[in-house]
Design a protein around this ligand. Structure first.
Ligand code: OGA
Ligand code: NI
Length: 324
């Protein structure tokens, strides 16, 4: 803002971009192109944005959160069967998951992590969780599909290009429900959270229950994401960086919760089919001036690769880069 309160067009806007989903999907042709352009700019400048007017009912989101709360409150014996470690285990429950020593006991939360597409998996208990989560995933998948079209167009392709190239009809989606306990004793240096990382899919759709905690690395500083109620936080992930050959960079993020309320986040990672080898789009490289900057890797292998790198304190996306 300038001193008279009017927005100053020459001032750098340094806040997380907001994209209006309704303009992308049901606006006029001009609204749609503007939304596509804004998405491209958000991806290049920030690697994340907040998506408003997405049409997923708040009541449905609340149902998922309420049912998941019942799950987390179940006796540990009932959850033991899900306490496994395989990246492709259909249902996983656990705490922490911060493989790096520095963070091991410092940042923790309880999570329920489900493979929800192409097949949907969910514990049968508590009652209502599976139905609510399944409805939620269907609604969120529509949003992800429309965003993929917009992202495709923003890269200069036809809307269906990413869908076809990456076999998104069979796309691999995980739903992680994270429950961060209240951080009551602010003097104690153990706060609920997740260590800095990038996500493995194309994009992540994250919804939080109004308690802040997600931070993204921007221009060398951690910035708290939030400020648009009921928005999805969209985070650009590794596959989109690889496919766009580095035009859109995967966003480093973490969560640190210092709040006397419980924080819940619903995190959907949306990626290619598991058997797709994701590499730079052939339309963005030519072997002469525009060289591929990443090695292609099958998504199922990348998931393992990411875990191994995380345990070694490295980021998979950096390790897959072709060094020149
Ligand atoms: C994740 C993640 C952050 C959050 O689950 O990948 O980044 O806010 N979660 O819960
Ligand atoms: Ni993440």
């Amino acid at each position: 803002m300038s001193s008279n309160g009017e927005p100053n067009p020459f001032e750098v806007q340094d806040s997380i971009p907001i994209i209006d989903y309704s303009l992308l999907t049901s606006g006029s042709a001009a609204d749609h192109s503007k939304a596509v352009q804004d998405i491209g700019k958000a991806c290049q400048d920030w690697g994340c944005f907040m998506l408003v007017n997405h049409g997923v009912p708040e009541s449905l989101i609340q149902e998922v959160m309420d049912a998941s709360d019942k799950f987390f409150n179940m006796a540990n014996e009932e959850k033991l069967q899900f306490q496994t470690h395989g990246v492709l285990d259909p249902i996983r429950n656990g705490r922490g998951c911060n493989a790096v020593k520095q963070y091991k006991d410092r940042l923790w939360r309880e999570f329920l992590r489900l493979i929800v597409h192409p097949d949907f998996n969910c514990p049968g208990k508590p009652q209502g969780l599976s139905e609510a989560a399944s409805d939620y995933v269907k609604r969120a998948r529509v949003v992800a599909t429309e965003l993929m079209k917009g992202l495709s167009e923003s890269l200069g392709f036809e809307a269906s290009y990413m869908n076809d190239e990456l076999n998104l009809d069979e796309g691999f989606h995980l739903l992680a429900i994270n429950n961060y306990p209240p951080h009551l004793d602010l003097d104690v240096d153990i706060s609920p959270g997740v260590m800095p990382h990038t996500d493995h899919g194309l994009i992540t759709l994250l919804y939080e229950n109004g308690v802040p905690g997600l931070e993204v690395m921007h221009d060398g500083k951690w910035v708290v994401m939030g400020g648009a109620p009921n928005a999805f936080f969209i985070i650009i992930s590794d596959q989109l960086e690889i496919f766009s050959n580095g035009k859109y960079m995967s966003k480093l993020h973490k969560s640190v919760v210092k709040d006397e309320r419980t924080r819940v986040s619903l995190v959907i990672t949306s990626g290619s089919s598991l058997d797709t080898a994701v590499g730079p789009s052939s339309r963005l490289v030519d072997g002469e001036e525009r060289l591929p900057r990443y090695l292609p890797m099958k998504y199922s292998e990348y998931l393992d690769f990411q875990v191994k790198n995380m345990q070694a304190g490295k980021l998979a996306i950096q390790e897959i880069q072709i060094r020149t």
